[in-house]
Design a protein around this ligand. Structure first.
Ligand code: GLY
Length: 575
């Protein structure tokens, strides 16, 4: 029997009302289970790294050559990105990682996300008339969460690495001290944010020497960050969160009107969490749990899609179903998700195949569901400027890591004497309930700021295990991270190689605004016409995340690494 659209929407309303009641009950819902394990007996014998920057990929291989494993290499890549690509991520920010350890198959999610300082005050993000203050949310010390990146790197080294932290950080220290030639992207990012950078003397001194950005191709040095990384290498957590660096960070933030304390830094904790695992068409997708919204959304979309045989459908219908699944998953993610240490979330429901089957019943095969017909949800947008890298080492250890300082050049605030550019991750909280953030979207209570709470992220580092192939996939791109990673996973399952996955054209729907953002060249004229006839509104979008993918063919133990051609091919390297 087929029901008309309004019946189906009523059904969805019922389903989601029931879900809301479930969400409000007091049962503990975040999974405290031990991380899962998935043993693979093959060993590649060589390593693959794909990152967004040549220096970072090389730094990772350098550390592998010194005897390090994928996790030591991840430290080298992450810290080098902090030096050469501060516009996207850095030690003043945070990361989220899905790891697979070859020796015992342990799969774990490392949450090195920033937290709100104890003195967080929602009023700081309001103008006198009660409207959101975009400036305090995005610029300067009030916009910065307590960084998690440095603690996360120390954690990786202590718990998963083979080399001392100092050795894994050595390439980044060297590059910061001896200098490197900035690329056009860094110089453009500095120019774009120059007005804000000028507001903070230490930021201007670093990024606008002589009043101007560094010059493309001319050696540029970052001695303060070199020293900070060195102290991190020598003293681990304490080298950043206590002592000289910790004091300078707190003093600089407070002198400029922020509210960090020494205790905020000293009490920062990395969290190990159980990754989300979803089975789809014989593949096992291991991805990010809250405080990322990404893995929940990817799992919900895959669960909805698993009720169809997409391979038997034409492009229009296949795309339509993917869009409708995205629409429904984003509706949910906006409503329910936040920091699992603070918010009870209906994870069992959101990840349930029965729940997905109910949502599937609300999808018509030939007609778009207007988002306005779905039960209203508040939205949240997780920011735009981030970076992802993927690593598989010769022993089969795997690191899938996405890291960020949030908006381009983060808060633009450098803490004097540290070289550390602070994030502006506070904007990833729903700072003002139901008021749009910088990206024009809304936020819900689950993601309201609170002392020590992690702000919701979209970062979706993922690993896909098949019977004879493994894929390490992730992307930057704000809320589009989730859909881009989803499309990467589907491309991998369809058999594409690393370059094919990274280069594949993309589309995105996030419930609100109710439109499909489409990369030029994604759909031919017939598909565009077919989707439009079904009621989808298509809009061309020019900016897409730079995806970095490593794949492992288990049949012949061959690795393949590819970076996103939208940015720069050739940054993936196997050796
Ligand atoms: N700040 C971007 C994210 O965490 O999703």
């Amino acid at each position: 029997m087929t029901f008309p659209l309004n019946w189906r929407v009523a059904l969805l309303g019922l389903l989601l009302t029931t879900s809301a009641a479930y969400a409000a009950d007091s049962r503990p819902t975040s999974s405290p289970a031990a991380p899962s394990a998935h043993v693979i007996t093959e060993r590649p014998g060589h390593a693959g790294i794909a990152s967004a920057n040549f220096h970072a990929t090389e730094a990772g291989h350098e550390v592998l050559a010194k005897g390090g494993n994928a996790f030591d290499a991840a430290i080298a890549v992450a810290a080098t990105l902090s030096v050469v690509e501060p516009e996207s991520s850095g030690i003043g920010g945070g990361f989220m990682a899905v790891l697979h350890r070859a020796s015992d198959g342990r799969e774990v999610f490392i949450d090195a996300r920033e937290t709100a300082p104890a003195a967080v005050n929602a009023k700081d993000y309001l103008n006198k008339d009660g409207t959101p203050n975009r400036d305090t949310a995005l610029n300067g010390p009030l916009s910065a969460g307590i960084p998690g990146e440095a603690a996360g790197l120390a954690w990786l080294s202590t718990h998963y690495g083979k080399l001392p932290l100092k050795e894994s950080l050595a390439p980044a220290v060297r590059i910061a001290r001896d200098g490197f030639k900035p690329d056009g992207r860094l110089v453009n990012a500095i120019s774009e944010r120059a007005e804000d950078i000028r507001r903070w003397p230490a930021s201007a001194a670093k990024y606008l020497p002589d009043g101007k950005p560094p010059v493309v191709g001319e050696v540029w040095r970052d001695p303060d960050q070199a020293r900070t990384l060195e102290l991190l290498g020598e003293h681990g957590f304490d080298g950043f969160y206590r002592g000289e660096v910790g004091k300078k960070l707190v003093d600089a933030v407070r002198a400029a009107g922020g509210n960090w304390t020494a205790k905020d830094l000293e009490s920062y904790q990395v969290k190990e969490r159980t990754p989300i695992v979803v089975n789809y068409r014989g593949y096992r997708v291991v991805t990010a749990p809250p405080a990322s919204s990404g893995g929940v959304a990817v799992a919900e979309i895959l669960n909805i899609l698993s009720g169809y045989d997409l391979t038997k459908l034409d492009t229009v219908h296949r795309t339509h179903l993917v869009i409708e699944a995205m629409r429904r998953a984003f509706r949910d993610h906006n409503d329910y998700l936040g920091d699992p240490d603070f918010v009870k979330m209906p994870m069992d429901m959101l990840l349930s195949p029965y729940y997905a089957a109910g949502l599937r019943q609300t999808i018509l095969m030939d007609k778009a569901t207007p988002s306005s017909m779905l039960p209203v949800s508040a939205g949240t947008d997780p920011g735009m400027h981030t970076t992802h890298f993927s690593i598989i080492d010769k022993d089969g250890n795997i690191a899938s890591i996405t890291q960020t300082v949030n908006y381009t050049m983060g808060s633009t605030f450098v803490a004097a004497g540290t070289g550390v550019l602070l994030n502006d991750e506070m904007d990833d909280f729903a700072l003002v309930p139901n008021k749009p953030n910088v990206y024009g979207l809304l936020g819900s209570d689950a993601n309201a700021p609170a002392p020590g709470k992690r702000m919701l992220s979209s970062m979706t580092p993922s690993i896909v295990f098949g019977a004879d192939r493994v894929g390490v996939i992730g992307s930057p791109g704000g809320s589009t991270i989730i859909t881009q990673v989803l499309e990467g996973i589907l491309a991998f399952i369809d058999g594409k190689d690393a370059a094919g996955i990274a280069g594949q054209k993309r589309f995105h729907h996030q419930y609100m605004p109710d439109r499909v953002d489409v990369e030029s060249g994604t759909f031919d004229a017939a598909t565009t016409e077919g989707l439009t006839r079904m009621g989808h509104t298509l809009k061309e979008r020019s900016s897409w995340g730079f995806m970095n993918v490593v794949t492992w063919d288990l049949k012949n133990n061959k690795l393949d690494a590819a970076s996103d051609p939208r940015r720069e091919s050739g940054l993936g390297k196997v050796q």
